[in-house]
Design a protein around this ligand. Structure first.
Ligand SMILES: [Zn+2]
Length: 172
């Protein structure tokens, strides 16, 4: 019997256990769709947004709103990854807040909204190299500072200006 779907008679707890087991086997299956269901993903993203805003405020950053994004500038470099980090709908940075960068970070905000807290392992699983990470590609490599912009000189390419979606301090 290859079909591992829970039977309708299974208790909610059993269903949850089976769903988690299935998740381990297949990140693309129905179990994954269940845990990234919009209400759950939104709750996770909201939690991340609040935690990051608190973090930014504690560190004395200056907060402003850009569309749906909470932008917190003036933070110390160690407080976020690369040029800046989007956590939920909060973007943390020292001073990397050009319109292009904010457009890029807003795509990460939408990724958080789509996947909730699962976005964290998903982002790291997608690869540490920004230019090959599918979430960075979706957000736009040029706007995120991973690639030189069209027509601009190579001197503008600086790894440190790349921004990313989740904290990368652990990697350093
Ligand atoms: Zn990015």
């Amino acid at each position: 019997m290859a079909d591992s779907r829970p039977t309708p008679a299974a208790s909610p707890t059993a269903r949850a256990g089976i769903a988690l087991g299935a998740l381990g086997r297949s990140l693309g299956g129905p179990a994954f769709e269940a845990i990234t269901a919009p209400p759950i993903a939104r709750a996770g993203a909201a939690l991340a947004t609040h935690a990051a805003r608190l973090w930014g405020r504690v560190l004395g950053g200056e907060e402003r709103r850009e569309g749906e994004l909470h932008v917190i500038t003036g933070l110390p470099q160690w407080a976020f990854g690369r040029g800046g980090t989007t956590v939920g709908a909060t973007y943390l940075t020292r001073a990397s807040d050009s319109p292009d960068v904010l457009e890029h970070e807003d795509v990460h905000r939408q990724q958080w909204e789509r996947y909730g807290l699962w976005f964290i392992p998903m982002y790291f699983a997608a690869g540490a190299e920004g230019t090959k990470n599918r979430f960075e590609i979706e957000a736009g490599l040029e706007k995120g500072g991973y690639l030189p912009k069209d027509g601009s000189a190579r001197r503008e390419r600086r790894r440190s200006t790349g921004s990313e979606a989740v904290r990368a301090g652990e990697r350093r």
